[in-house]
Design a protein around this ligand. Structure first.
Ligand code: CO8
Length: 339
């Protein structure tokens, strides 16, 4: 079955939900293997539906034996696609989500779609209460939105791409799970937005790694919901200055500004993220979730209410010849920097 990644995602999710557009209702009886896997409904439905985005192989949501033979298996499940791998430890309720899209984990339409699907699977899995987000690519957390998705494409593509960016943010910023960003490399623009959307940010204490919303450096403007997310983390004054200058803050400066919550040596990053997660999960979910919702609802609702308008604005803005020129020059600058 063809169509855009977003359309395929919609069909896959619809089928899982047994929705009107998606087809049959979920089966009442499950095959023995499915029962045994105790996998979330979404993973089973998507795998069965065969309508996963073509960019990714069907996610395997299987028990992943992690311990030597002879020892009892850790209660752990894993799934992965071309861009992201996820491992859920059922005993702690914590999923480890790792970006693995070389060279720089740029947020292409495929990446965004797979990211959203992965989050939805975890969100719908009762065994999962928190997710740690990190990268498998050395020195890079994420290079932000894939600039090639915003360059030289048609308006329909820009609209589809921007909707996928919105969807990812709505899902991540509005997640009921505890979300911890373990930032193990540079994290400009959209990469920074992912970190800002989490509940807690720990960064490797390497001053060569930087983070920030540097859109102004590309000649583009961070949309209001990027700005709102930033303001909610660092406050108005710091956000205003940093956004106008398109600043990328080296890790120690990011800590001073409150853009990240703490720095740790890189080799301790995941250990620390797990410790923080355990502290957050020690609280009852419902109180924490309601508090999170109270803090974030206005900003989320603002985008939901203006979603179509925001897409139109993006399309108008990005398709201007002057903006296209700026993006092309920026890409050339990145390439020149290499040689
Ligand atoms: N998109 C597409 N390609 C990218 C991106 C990107 N964001 N970043 C890097 N690349 C490419 C490079 O061009 C290069 O390609 P090639 O190998 O073909 O020459 C390859 O990835 C590797 O890049 P580098 O050689 O630069 O790798 P380094 O390890 O030296 O540096 C960095 C990694 C630090 C990530 C560096 O590549 C960098 O600074 N990249 C640019 C990051 C950036 O500015 N991102 C902003 C994207 S815009 C965004 O996220 C929000 C947009 C909001 C839009 C609002 C409009 C209304």
């Amino acid at each position: 079955m063809g169509g855009s990644p977003r359309a395929r995602h919609r069909r896959a999710v619809c089928r899982w939900r047994g929705g009107a557009r998606g087809g049959a209702a979920p089966p009442r009886t499950l095959e023995p293997r499915q029962k045994m896997a105790a996998a979330p409904i979404l993973a089973r439905r998507i795998a069965r539906s065969g309508v996963l985005p073509l960019c990714c192989r069907p996610p395997s949501w299987d028990r992943a034996p992690r311990q030597p033979l002879g020892l009892p298996l850790a209660p752990c499940r894993a799934f992965s696609n071309n861009k992201i791998q996820v491992e859920l430890d059922e005993s702690s309720g914590v999923a480890m989500m790792k970006f693995k899209s070389p060279p720089v984990n740029s947020l292409s339409l495929d990446f965004l779609t797979e990211f959203s699907i992965s989050l939805e699977k975890l969100e719908n899995d009762r065994a999962c209460r928190g997710v740690i987000i990190t990268s498998t690519i050395p020195k890079i957390f994420s290079s932000g939105l894939d600039i090639m998705e915003m360059c030289g494409k048609n308006m329909e593509h820009y609209g589809e791409f921007w909707r996928a960016v919105q969807e990812l943010w709505l899902r991540l910023y509005g997640s009921n799970m505890v979300t911890v960003a373990a930032i193990n490399g540079s994290s400009p623009a959209g990469g920074c937005l992912i970190a800002l959307s989490c509940d807690y940010r720990i960064m490797a204490e390497n001053p060569k790694f930087s983070i920030g919303l540097n859109e102004a450096q590309l000649g583009i403007v961070a949309p209001f919901w990027f700005k709102d997310t930033f303001v909610n983390v660092v406050g108005h004054r710091i956000a205003e200055r940093s956004l106008q200058l398109g600043s990328l803050h080296p890790a120690p400066e990011a800590l001073k500004l409150g853009l990240v919550d703490e720095l740790v040596p890189e080799e301790k990053l995941l250990e620390k993220a797990s410790a923080i997660m355990a502290r957050w999960l020690a609280l009852p979910d419902h109180a924490r979730q309601l508090t999170k919702s109270m803090m974030r609802k206005a900003v989320l609702d603002h985008l939901v209410a203006h979603r179509e308008e925001d897409i139109k604005n993006f399309i108008n803005f990005i398709s201007k010849e002057s903006i296209q020129k700026s993006l092309r020059m920026y890409m050339e600058m990145l390439k020149k920097k290499k040689s």
